[in-house]
Design a binder for this molecule. Structure first.
Ligand SMILES: [Fe+2]
Length: 399
């Protein structure tokens, strides 16, 4: 009798079985987690972190030992697990496999966990230097707006991007595992983008690195020759992507940027695109916090970096932080704010700087279609409708 009642109650309350999509096969019932066969709780995700360099990040569903990663069937790596304990009692291991000498083009990789006899194989394509065309999806500030973010990702996937450039604020609270799981990795996994597209990530103020964030986005200082801070540059196709860390306000990053913009890689690229979470020019924000000091947040970018953007002919600066869409131009440099990935929209105008020609206060994502002639910017609303389009012609006067 008791057993029958229990079964009936379980059936009636079946809706309480809330799938944890990150694991895919992990369920919660009455606060208790049930594990079935499960490969990865997060990832795998291929993050590009420099020329021919990447880190592949994944999290096992339980605390586990060393994993094996095989790249293109040849390069085999033993990857130590970083054991984590989450507040709800979940234990898991995060793995980071640093790869150098990564060849562009199509690759496959295979991950074998310590406790599972089966391995999983993935394929990914990194556009080569002779790629005639490149499609980059740019999005930022999804934060806790996972419904909007999740609804846009299938539309993004349908555009078949070669690269996903996130301009920061991937979560609301960087030290909450729930945020990373439910707001970031799960929606990306369900879209199919997570393991199929290489990512370039920009650190936002909500992603601020600490020990708890580090497993997913390791400090680049861990790599040989890297300065402290999450800034780096990488050539994809014929475009130089330069990622800056708006949270690291120091002179070393400024010196690094100048050296980078003077480098052959930067000078010989068809286009130079800078990504910085906090834009140099902000016009929409919360007026109360703006007056209480947040008006100072863009000053470092504006005063230290913008003169270099102008001197060294940066074509486009993409940003988030401000939750809407603005596109403009100033002294030969185009500025694009595309912070409509899901977080609550910024509706309140706090400045009029004369930089932007287009303002749209809607959730959205942006595509950059890059060929030898131009960067074509296409902004799509969350329903997929095109709301802005603009071409940035290639500069031909560079020395
Ligand atoms: Fe932000």
């Amino acid at each position: 009798m008791v057993i029958t009642l229990f079964i009936l109650a379980a059936l009636l309350l079946g809706i309480l079985w809330l799938p944890n999509f990150g694991a895919g096969l992990t369920y919660h019932l009455f606060g208790i987690s049930f594990f079935t066969e499960c490969a990865f709780r997060k990832g795998p995700m291929v993050q590009l972190i420099g020329d021919n360099r990447a880190v592949i990040v994944w999290e096992a569903c339980r605390a586990d030992g060393d994993a094996q990663l095989k790249w293109n069937g040849a390069q085999e790596m033993q990857v130590p697990g970083i054991k984590l304990s989450y507040s709800k009692g979940t234990k898991a291991s995060v793995y980071r496999a640093f790869l150098a000498g990564l060849p562009p083009g199509k690759s496959s990789y295979e991950i074998q966990s310590a406790s599972s006899k089966s391995s999983r194989r993935y394929s990914i394509a990194i556009p080569p230097s002779d790629a005639g065309k490149l499609r980059v999806v740019v999005l930022g500030d999804n934060q806790s707006g996972y419904r909007t973010f999740g609804s846009m990702l299938p539309k993004i996937a349908a555009t078949n991007p070669n690269l996903f450039l996130h301009v920061g604020d991937m979560v609301q609270t960087s030290y909450e595992d729930h945020d990373w799981q439910a707001y970031f990795f799960d929606p990306l996994r369900h879209s199919g983008l997570l393991s199929q597209v290489p990512f370039i990530l920009t650190q936002g103020n909500h992603d601020m690195s600490d020990d708890k964030l580090a497993p997913y986005f390791p400090s680049l200082a861990q790599l040989p020759g890297r300065p402290i801070g999450y800034f780096y540059a990488i050539t994809i196709g014929k475009t130089r992507f330069i990622v800056l860390d708006a949270n690291t306000e120091d002179g070393d990053q400024v010196k690094w940027l100048e050296r980078e913009l003077q480098s052959e890689e930067s000078l010989q690229a068809d286009f130079r695109i800078v990504s910085t979470h906090i834009p140099p020019f902000i016009e929409f924000w919360n007026s109360k916090t703006w007056k209480k000091g947040e008006d100072q947040w863009p000053v470092y970018m504006r005063e230290s970096m913008v003169p270099l953007f102008e001197e060294y002919h940066v074509d486009l600066v993409v940003s988030g932080h401000q939750h809407n869409y603005q596109r403009g131009q100033r002294n030969g440099v185009h500025y694009l704010i595309t912070g409509g990935g899901g977080g609550a929209l910024d509706q309140e105008r706090v400045e009029s700087l004369g930089v932007y020609q287009k303002t749209i206060i809607e959730h959205h994502f942006t595509l950059l279609d890059i060929d030898e002639e131009a960067i074509q910017i296409t902004m799509r609303l969350k329903n997929g409708q095109i709301a802005d389009r603009h071409d940035i012609k290639r500069k031909t006067h560079l020395a």
